[in-house]
Write a protein that binds this ligand. Structure first.
Ligand SMILES: [Zn+2]
Length: 106
């Protein structure tokens, strides 16, 4: 009696719907897409698969979303041009948050 309920700390684990896509090469649901802005009109969509190591860069308009990059990669796989346009790269967890090429202003 009088026992206090243990407060369960909620882990901050945010799973955004649609973050993972099905890899067109290995079929695993581990394909992620990130973006790298290159200009006001264009950015690079980078699709990486955590299972087979697929690495693919697709130039898209800045308004494009992850699904657009995924569709582009899927199309390439469908056309059979995926292997020639994308390279394989080992991606570690550290690479995901890497900040490369930060420009120092003035
Ligand atoms: Zn894959």
């Amino acid at each position: 009696m009088g026992r206090r309920k243990k407060r369960v700390k909620l882990k901050r684990k945010v799973i955004r719907p649609g973050k993972y896509f099905q890899c067109p090469r290995c079929g695993s649901l581990t394909l992620t897409v990130s973006f790298e802005k290159i200009s006001e009109e264009e950015k690079i969509g980078i699709a990486t698969c955590g299972t087979c190591g697929l690495y693919c860069e697709v130039k898209v308009p800045t308004r494009a979303e992850r699904i657009d990059v995924f569709n582009a990669v899927s199309d390439m796989a469908y056309e059979g041009s995926l292997e020639s346009r994308c390279e394989e790269r080992k991606v570690g967890p550290e690479d995901m948050e890497e900040h490369v090429g930060e420009e120092e202003g003035e």
